[in-house]
Design a protein around this ligand. Structure first.
Ligand code: MG
Length: 391
């Protein structure tokens, strides 16, 4: 049985703001532009009690919750937390498909011999995310993407919902709105025709359903029956693979920093190898106690994916940073200019099988149709598309 995880950070932007500003904790917080004509990018759970949700116009949100504190988004800290979260994902599988800055599908089927079953991995990831970022995530574990995505939303925040082998039974009682792509416009029509639950859609007469949903009817019916062969498609356009960490206590000696670079290089090498990639360049970055961020980069003579080479280059780069008397709060190593590398098929034996299943997928265009979005900050803040609670 496949083990697909959907992991989604809880009220991501709002939680970052509450983490970094204790005066916001316990309060309704709306993240969004200062203009009342903008939309809510994220609402804290305290604000949601008033019926506020992300993508809602700011003016409407403030009508419902006048005491809400409006915070202007601060891109850098969200991206930093996002990178840490995706770094955690990649510790457990190379098959990570990012859906947005704070949300991804993971196929951990081939990781179970290393890390335990899907539920165990989901728990470990939630804990690692909390340790790395101080933020909570919710997870869904299921044999397919569709059910995993629904499951992650069921016990927010800090939730973990597991769907067993009988996906159809899990889906049957859920309202039709849970079907991807069925929004406030289509749902009432479906209900009027007697389709109130996913179970109703599963047993719908194909011809009758086609009259309502057109060519899309068959996909919807198959999804409602739990037939979802779509594979997790790792982000192909990844430009780099990196590992970094923020330290509770500043690093003050070159030796200390060098040791962290070894740990990062080892993690990056592991991920390169697992993804069948090699690095054409290595980048090291240091963030100082005053938040100055410096990076140094070196192209490799030959592509490499092993710890020794990456760490060696990272040490060369370290010589080019000011470290005497400095206080360093974050170190990172990135592999860049990625290209094909030596594949180790034994580490993740299911990758080839997953690819084959991809060819058989009957739902090729589902990602576009059901709201697959490119990972851009603008998309999240723009609130385009059908209003839905993204977190
Ligand atoms: Mg989220």
């Amino acid at each position: 049985m496949r083990q697909i995880l959907h992991i989604d950070m809880d009220a991501f932007f709002a939680s970052v703001e509450q983490r970094d500003d204790p005066s916001l904790r316990g309060k309704p917080v709306l993240v969004g532009g200062p203009s009342r004509r903008g939309v809510v990018a994220a609402a804290s759970y305290e604000a949601r009690k008033f019926g506020v949700h992300s993508a809602m116009p700011m003016a409407e949100a403030l009508r419902r919750c006048p005491r809400a504190v409006v915070v202007t988004p601060t891109r850098g800290r969200y991206e930093e937390a996002s990178a840490q979260v995706f770094d955690v994902f990649h510790r457990y599988t190379p098959l990570v498909e990012g859906l947005s800055i704070d949300e991804a599908f993971l196929d951990v089927t081939g990781s179970q011999s290393l890390f335990g079953d899907g539920v165990t991995i989901a728990r470990a990831i939630k804990k690692d995310i909390l340790d790395a970022t101080g933020l909570t995530a919710s997870a869904g574990v299921a044999p397919c993407k569709f059910a995993a995505k629904i499951a992650s939303d069921m016990q927010k925040p800090d939730g973990l919902t597991v769907v067993g082998e009988d996906v159809a039974a899990f889906l049957a009682p859920l309202p039709v709105e849970k079907m991807w792509g069925i929004g406030p416009k289509t749902a009432p029509t479906l209900r009027r025709l007697g389709y109130a639950t996913l179970g109703d859609l599963a047993k719908a007469d194909p011809t009758a359903l086609e009259k309502v949903l057109g060519s899309w009817a068959n996909d919807v019916r198959e999804l409602a029956r739990g037939n979802d062969a779509r594979t997790v498609e790792p982000d192909r356009d990844a430009k780099s693979i990196s590992a970094e960490q923020t330290y509770e206590h500043d690093l003050t000696t070159k030796d200390e920093i060098a040791r962290t670079l070894l740990a990062h290089a080892a993690r990056v090498a592991e991920r390169l190898t697992a993804s069948g990639l090699s690095a054409g360049a290595v980048m090291v970055k240091l963030k100082y106690a005053d938040f100055t961020l410096l990076s140094r980069r070196k192209a490799l003579e030959e592509p490499a994916s092993d710890t020794t080479t990456l760490h060696g280059v990272a040490l060369e780069l370290l010589d080019r940073f000011p470290v005497e008397g400095a206080r360093v709060r974050l170190t990172g190593v990135a592999a860049q200019d990625l290209g094909p590398g030596a594949v180790q098929p034994t580490l993740f034996p299911d990758r080839a099988a997953a690819r084959r299943r991809g060819l058989e997928s009957v739902l090729l265009d589902a990602k576009d149709r059901f709201g697959g979005r490119p990972i851009t900050f603008a998309t999240l803040l723009g609130g385009r598309g059908e209003p839905e609670d993204e977190d």
